[in-house]
Design a protein around this ligand. Structure first.
Ligand code: GLU
Length: 448
């Protein structure tokens, strides 16, 4: 066994022994480590500096009690977290997720991926993530507000515009960011740069709501064009129906594709005429309702229970935009058999390790989450810039910067894969390029 293989394996064994119950976190680590051999071979100093073990350990994990009163006057308790993973490149940056599945493993996997995603944007932001096992679904606005106020009462001790800048993720949108920001300001001071994804009226950026979905489509269009294809006239399957899915649908449609599917946690709709963006947004954002309402109102749409990845019809491109581990190996095989030749990830870690293996074996065009969905956090960093400048840029200006950033990320993944003789392995290309940046920044700052 080579020295490098041995180093990777022993580091992974160590991480597994130290975090035995953190399945999602270990999965994200395994996915990254599987691609690092060539870069560790090329940089003996990374072994001497024991950079893997240092990078895998979060700088800080904060966990706290979040008590709040529900609409019936009953006192409820949730658990809040902030994982401040790595600040080698800039202040901790990453979203807050409110979902019943949230635990330390999920937030560590998300925070870990965020380090590399953020560095790929080329902007000076470190990696972090936070959230709570609170479920906003079915709660009144007043309940969500009281929860957000309690959550921020503790979180505000640990964040700041040059320290740690949270934003949204699953279950945290403009409403939640508004309540969180209101409480921060009440306890501290007006300082727009402490959160991103804010409404426009108090320091938000144009294009931030669209950024993850648009960025995903810009990245994918670059990947398609580099391989002689484009979105035009392609049939696209999207999972999810939240913010990322909505704007991926809008942009892919603008580029000439027909998006025939979107989903929620109960089922999915198929509409061969193309999903109607306005109706979807009306149902999800205004009514906060389920997709069954879409099917009830649209004659051309059919609703099915279960996972959209079990849909057995022809398609060209798949954009998973729901959540982690939504596609397994069996589903990946079926997608490819049904014609899918390109898959890019709007969600974080939507493909399990078996699915990734299948993409590789079949040589499909695969845009990994760290690269493909970096548009959201990239525009968050642009929001931070605008807050510092006390200016706001036009829609066109932010959109142009986003397009340039996504093109750069694709080019970085592609050229790094080529440099290391890895063909079209954009996963390895993105991982290696990001890892090198973070490792070099850490080494330059000494053993800290
Ligand atoms: N939650 C998003 C992500 O996964 C955005 C984070 C941010 O804007 O800070 O990248």
């Amino acid at each position: 066994m080579s020295r490098v293989t041995d180093y990777i394996q022993s580091t992974f064994q160590d991480v597994r022994a130290r975090n035995p119950h953190e399945a999602e976190y270990l999965q994200a680590v395994e996915e990254l480590l599987a691609t690092l051999e060539p870069v560790l071979e090329a940089h003996p100093e990374y072994l001497e500096e024991n950079i893997l073990a240092r990078m895998l350990e979060p700088e800080r994990v904060i966990s706290f009690r979040v008590p709040w009163t529900d609409k019936d006057g009953k006192v409820q308790v949730n658990r809040g977290y902030r994982v401040q993973y790595n600040s080698a490149v800039g202040p901790y940056k990453g979203g807050l997720r409110f979902h019943p599945s949230v635990n330390q493993s999920i937030l560590k996997f998300l925070g870990f991926e965020q380090i590399f995603k953020n560095v790929l944007t080329g902007l000076p932001i470190g990696g972090g993530k936070g959230g709570s096992d609170f479920d906003p679904k079915g709660k009144t606005d007043a309940e969500v507000m009281r929860f957000c106020q309690s959550f921020m009462s503790e979180l505000q001790k640990h964040i700041g515009p040059s320290l740690d800048v949270p934003a949204g993720d699953i279950g945290v949108g403009a409403r939640e960011i508004g309540y969180l920001y209101g409480q921060y300001k009440r306890l501290r001071q007006f300082d727009a740069g402490v959160l991103t994804g804010k409404p426009l009226a108090f320091g938000g950026s144009l294009i931030r709501p669209e950024a993850t979905g648009y960025g995903l489509v810009y990245f994918t269009e670059n990947m398609l064009q580099a391989n002689g294809k484009s979105f035009k006239d392609q049939t696209v399957l999207i999972s999810g129906s939240g913010n990322v899915a909505q704007y991926a649908l809008q942009k892919a449609t603008q580029l000439g594709a027909t998006v025939i599917a979107v989903s929620d946690s109960n089922g999915y709709i198929i509409d061969e005429n193309g999903i109607d963006f306005d109706l979807l947004v009306e149902i999800k954002e205004k009514r906060r309702a389920r997709l069954t309402e879409y099917a009830a109102e649209k004659a051309s749409a059919r609703y099915y229970e279960g996972s959209v990845w079990d849909y057995q019809g022809p398609a060209d491109i798949a954009l998973p935009c729901a959540t982690q581990n939504e596609i397994n190996g069996t589903q990946a095989k079926a997608l490819i058999q049904n014609g899918v030749y390109c898959l890019a990830e709007g969600a974080n870690m939507p493909s399990d390790l078996d699915a990734i293996k299948i993409y590789k074996e079949n040589d499909i065009l695969y845009g990994p989450a760290k690269a493909a969905n970096a548009g959201g956090v990239a525009v968050s960093a642009l929001e931070m810039s605008q807050n510092s400048l006390r200016l706001s840029w036009t829609k066109e200006e932010v959109d142009q910067r986003l397009q340039d950033i996504m093109e750069n990320i694709f080019t970085t993944a592609k050229t790094t894969a080529e440099t290391y003789n890895l063909g079209k392995d954009y996963l390895a290309g993105a991982n290696i390029a990001a890892f090198e940046e973070v490792a070099n920044a850490m080494i330059a700052q000494g053993v800290v």
